[in-house]
Ligand binder design. Structure first.
Ligand code: COA
Ligand code: AMP
Length: 630
């Protein structure tokens, strides 16, 4: 069957489509039906099934002939370490660690925060939670203590599992003081913390609260898999929204297993036994779906890579990993390729490696610019597939369905809607736009299995953020168009979210931090174009009347404040002081116009602008930073 047939089969009978896909999962009790629409417009899937995610990721493969197959490869150019773990070894490690959590009272439904770098123990911790029905919430290591504290208060974890440190090129990131600081800041206190002591920088433990990773497992019995309902949350993953409070995306277990398993062949075109590599981080959705769960559920070998595309040690690292570990499908963010291209424009380093094992490169997480796609195609000599999805969705919604049929690639488009997704482009009034015209990208409800059913502790926010603007549809927050052939083009976000090096960040959250500086009366943060990272945040500061401190001092202080409050991942390094911000007569800051000025693009003078002269002031303030040149 070709793509059209598969898509039509889903459209004609989604229930049968997903019940068929569900047969590839080992259920303790097979669900009697796929969709539960009893609470529409909130939907759930496979609610009356019983299942365990860890069993599907590990045990079933051990029982079905893959015990000796490598499940996880750890490759850390940053520490010079490599290790391989078979499915049997992973199952045993996970069962024992799950036993350690259970022995300390963690049971089904309890939340566990995981704050770890790219080490195999991060996967062990995630799968151990899944084994006993605990709900994990992984927090990316590049966030500061304050962000961790916000997540602790929202998820109210019984336990936190962390490493003593992470490693960035040229610097050790002390996780433990960040963790201690976060627990101190948070109102909620975990009952205990398990700390993985890394030899690069072991941490001091707090007696009575902290226990070392190894010590926690001494004398405990391995835990069995606990069956959970299909709709039981597998995890919560916080992502940036419009405000400083992150959104806790809930991932339901049953749908997550079914959908991820379906994508491994139909999207990523790998068969069980093949090596699949997603060069991302466990702190992001890509890490959840395609470093941890997806490949393991499907019986693939996955790679935990602790390094960067460049500088660990050079721009040939990706090629070494692909060649050494026989990677068949590879997934990363365009920014990683831009970094490699910058260091090795002619792709000389690839000549040192035989990467003939590689069939396809997948890019996602941000716009894939044509230059980068062409460079990757030329350098790797394989199809380069751009695909589109979001943390909320959990897996690709729009993609060239390579495992079903390789459709013609149109550079600039992530291609077509996958089964499960009825994607439309609407105008502000909710009317469908003609083909080729720009509008809000929405998905007709219900969303398919594995997508978010709600936000943790925030059902009203879920309805307001996603379901209210366009009744009957899920609002993606992206704007774009669909062409005559049904190919989608993503043009921009419709909210205050920006995308920096493939990382999703909230300008609203940064504005909250800037506003907390004692000299700042008013501020705005926008995303400006950047050749390497796609976008970079840039802050405008209006100072309190009477403040005559040097502007560069205040700029330095706010940059430090964002790093301390949100974390280095925000990459907030640009700020200017201005007298006033451009606003509409009703007081709304004209951020869109400021972005256009900064990027040197043409813009229309907003009809509602309060005072057009301010735009010239903005241009002049930006020019010393190298922006607003057009
Ligand atoms: N723990 C602690 N700090 C971290 C971190 C982590 N896990 N990840 C990043 N940081 C820090 C970096 O060290 C950097 O700090 P600095 O300001 O002191 O230099 C800062 O956060 C910004 O990081 P980043 O935006 O990643 O920039 P970079 O200059 O370190 O690297 C790239 C640039 C392009 C190499 C890098 O962004 C990259 O590999 N991107 C791929 C993105 C990706 O995989 N996205 C996932 C979605 S698919
Ligand atoms: P995240 O939730 O971090 O995965 O970020 C999701 C957002 O990243 C989307 O809403 C888009 O704005 C952007 N994005 C993801 N993939 C793509 C892509 N292939 N092309 C353009 N933008 C993308």
């Amino acid at each position: 069957m070709g793509y059209e047939d598969v898509y039509r089969a889903w459209q004609a009978d989604p229930e049968t489509f997903w019940m068929d896909a569900a047969k590839a999962i080992d259920w303790v009790e097979m669900p009697s039906r796929a969709l539960d629409d009893s609470n529409a417009p909130l939907y759930e899937w496979f609610t009356d099934g019983k299942v365990n995610a860890c069993y599907n990721a590990l045990d079933r493969h051990v029982e079905n002939g893959r015990a000796g197959q490598v499940a996880v490869i750890y490759d850390s150019p940053i520490t010079g370490t490599k290790a391989k773990f078979t499915y049997a070894e992973m199952r045993d490690k996970v069962a024992l660690f799950a036993g350690a959590l259970a022995a300390r009272g963690v049971t089904k439904g309890d939340r566990v925060i995981i704050y770890m770098p790219m080490v195999p123990e991060a996967l062990v911790a995630m799968l151990a939670c899944a084994r006993i029905g605990a709900v994990h919430s992984v927090v990316f290591g590049g966030f500061a203590a304050n962000e961790l504290a916000v997540r602790i208060d929202d998820a109210t974890p019984k336990a936190i599992i962390a490493a003593s440190c992470g490693l960035e090129p040229g610097r050790v990131v002390d996780y433990k003081p960040l963790l201690d600081g976060a627990i101190e800041l948070a109102r909620h206190k975990p009952e205990f913390c398990v700390i993985l002591q890394r030899e690069q920088k072991p941490a001091a433990l707090i007696e009575g609260r902290d226990v070392a990773w190894d010590a926690a497992q001494e004398g405990v019995a391995p835990a069995d898999c606990v069956p959970v309902e299909g709709s039981h949350p597998a995890y919560i993953l916080y992502t940036s929204g419009t405000t400083g409070a992150p959104k806790g995306v809930v991932r339901p277990t049953g749908g997550h297993l079914v959908a991820l398993n379906w994508t491994m062949k139909n999207v990523y075109n790998v068969d069980p036994g093949d090596v699949f590599w997603a060069a991302s981080d466990v702190g992001w959705v890509v890490g959840h779906s395609y470093i941890c769960y997806g490949p393991l559920i499907h019986g693939n070998t996955t790679i935990v890579f602790e390094g960067k595309p460049v500088g660990t040690p050079d721009a040939g690292t990706f090629w070494r990993v692909i060649s050494e570990h026989n990677v068949r499908s590879f997934f990363t963010a365009p920014t990683a390729f831009r970094a490699i291209k910058r260091d090795d424009p002619k792709g000389e380093l690839i000549k040192d490696y035989d990467i003939s094992c590689l069939n396809i490169l997948y890019l996602a997480g941000e716009r894939a610019d044509p230059d980068t796609i062409h460079w990757a195609q030329r350098t790797l000599g394989v199809p380069v597939i751009d695909h589109w999805w979001q943390t909320e969705i959990g897996y690709p919604a729009v993609c060239n369905p390579v495992g079903i049929e390789l459709l013609p690639v149109k550079v600039g488009s992530p291609s077509v809607a996958l089964p499960g997704f009825d994607i439309r482009v609407l105008d502000e009034a909710g009317k469908e736009m003609p083909r080729g015209e720009l509008g809000a990208i929405v998905i007709k409800l219900p969303l398919p299995p594995g997508t978010l059913p709600t936000l943790w502790n925030a059902e009203a926010r879920f309805r307001k953020s996603y379901l209210t603007t366009f009744p009957g549809y899920y609002e993606t927050g992206d704007a774009g168009m669909i062409d005559e052939d049904g190919y989608l083009y993503i043009m921009a976000r419709t909210d205050d979210v920006i995308n920096v090096a493939g990382h999703r960040l909230s300008t609203g959250a940064m504005e909250e931090v800037l506003a907390s500086h004692e000299d700042v009366a008013e501020c705005a943060v926008i995303g400006v174009g950047d050749e390497l990272k796609g976008q970079l945040p840039l802050g405008f500061l209006c100072l309190n009347r009477g403040c005559n401190r040097p502007h560069d001092e205040i700029v330095k202080e706010v940059i430090k404040l964002v790093r301390d409050k949100i974390g280095p991942v925000a990459a907030f390094k640009l700020a200017v002081v201005v007298d006033r911000l451009p606003k509409t007569r009703s007081g709304k800051i004209l951020r869109g116009t400021m972005v256009k000025i900064a990027d040197g693009q043409d813009y229309k003078m907003p009809a509602t602008i309060d005072d057009p002269a301010i735009l010239d002031e903005i241009r002049l303030a930006l020019q010393p930073l190298g922006y607003a040149k057009g």
